[in-house]
Design a protein around this ligand. Structure first.
Ligand SMILES: [Zn+2]
Length: 65
């Protein structure tokens, strides 16, 4: 079962609460707002703040580049 941490209700809008998905080396989650979404698959999207967004994600240019 996949984690449901990003949604509080079935069918919840994807634009509700989503903090940055970045974890540092000690497993501490970033607490910044995840303003940039990266679609990992049809069902899963990762969210990152401006600081932690991947510089290169699946060959796509970064947001705001
Ligand atoms: Zn972050």
């Amino acid at each position: 079962m996949l984690s449901d941490a990003h949604t509080s209700a079935p069918g919840a809008n994807i634009h509700e609460n989503h903090l940055c998905d970045y974890e540092d080396a000690t497993g501490i989650r970033c607490t910044e707002w995840g303003c940039y979404g990266f679609e990992e698959s049809k069902a899963i999207a990762l969210w990152y703040c401006r600081k932690h967004q991947p510089l290169n994600y699946k060959g796509l240019p970064r947001h705001g580049a």
